[in-house]
Write a protein that binds this ligand. Structure first.
Ligand code: TRP
Length: 333
């Protein structure tokens, strides 16, 4: 069976952008692949973050993944910092990665522009990501389209390491971009993202979903209720296509074009379908949240399984690179 690896930042509870863009795919891939899923806390610390919140956010993300249908019996689910080989292999890969490649990554350029002092962790972010994937010698990596460039870098790192040390050892991982379309936030402009505050949470209550949708941006040409709208220019129509049944989607489009419905009418229907879609997940999340020990156990077990695979890879890496095995020296302490 081909192996899948993917990672997600510990940003707390999932939002519908995470879910549609990534996690929904992960759940499906469990049927056909051996899957390894990682909560990437070492990636999260490359930007300003709240150290007092990171533990909670990490556990919340674990609860979210389990509630969304990641099955720890079938898949390995763990936290990146619990498997030290990730950072070890990242160091090794830094020795084969051209600096210029890192400097031209779109995400690095974006994020470094917004900062006064750029730290090396941000530059090396994609090297750690390559290590995540290649540590498990994964073949397929389900990601959103914004990560395709990082995957290209991972393939280049694999090629460079293989050429220098051992031909064919690391497979070149392929991106698996799901539904494709990027999910915009409620501002209708930027990608849906927790740090931008434009999200709807997968586990938000019906009241909260409505509170968020009510003021959300629609077709800007629709100023009054009587103006006909263009669904194709409305971010919420995109969401209807994900959450509402096809007959409803057609009805929404017709009533928007003909101005029979105002935007609020359309939003009410959308809120209802979003809430219905996630009701079972929300119930499961509430259950897991009441059993923190069970969640910790899943993560401990996942880390054990991941570490076993990671150790195997690192043994070969060290041997191929000519490093002296620790087992051949007596360490007195
Ligand atoms: N950079 C990814 C993101 O922001 C998260 C990530 C880290 C990842 N390591 C990974 C994704 C390995 C896929 C594979 O979404």
């Amino acid at each position: 069976m081909a192996r899948v690896f993917s990672g997600i930042q510990p940003s707390g509870e999932l939002h519908i952008g995470n879910y549609l863009g990534a996690v929904r795919n992960w759940v499906a891939l469990q049927e056909t692949h051996e899957c390894v899923f990682c909560i990437v806390d070492y990636h999260a610390i490359t930007q300003d973050y709240d150290a007092g919140q990171l533990q909670t956010r990490t556990l919340e993300m674990a609860v979210s993944l389990l509630a969304a249908g990641i099955d720890p019996e079938r898949s390995t689910v763990f936290v990146q910092s619990h498997v030290p080989e990730h950072t070890e292999l990242a160091w090794v890969f830094m020795t084969v990665t051209p600096l210029g490649e890192l400097e031209r990554m779109t995400q690095f350029k974006d994020k470094s522009q917004r900062q006064e002092s750029v730290r090396a962790g941000l530059l090396n972010y994609p090297v750690l990501q390559a290590a995540d994937i290649l540590l498990y010698r994964a073949d397929v990596v389900p990601v959103g389209d914004d990560q395709v460039q990082h995957l290209e870098l991972a393939r280049e790192v694999a090629r460079k390491w293989n050429a220098r040390y051992r031909e064919g050892f690391f497979p070149e991982p392929q991106p698996h971009v799901g539904a494709g379309r990027r999910i915009l936030g409620l501002d209708g402009e930027a990608k849906m993202s927790k740090s931008l505050g434009n999200t709807i949470g997968v586990f938000d209550s019906p009241e909260r979903v409505w509170e968020l949708l009510r003021p959300a941006k629609t077709d800007p040409a629709r100023v009054t209720r009587k103006d006909p709208g263009d669904p194709e220019k409305c971010n919420l129509y995109t969401l209807h296509q994900y959450f509402s049944p096809p007959a409803t989607v057609r009805e929404v489009a017709a009533n928007c074009r003909g101005a029979q419905w105002g935007c609020l009418d359309c939003k009410r229907v959308l809120a209802d379908h979003i809430v219905r879609t996630f009701a079972p997940m929300r119930a499961r999340a509430l259950e897991f949240a009441q059993q923190p020990d069970r969640v910790r156990e899943v993560l401990a077990d996942g880390a054990d399984r991941a570490r076993a695979m990671a150790r195997d890879t690192m043994r070969t890496v060290r041997e191929a690179m000519g490093l002296l095995p620790a087992s051949e020296v007596v360490i007195r302490s």
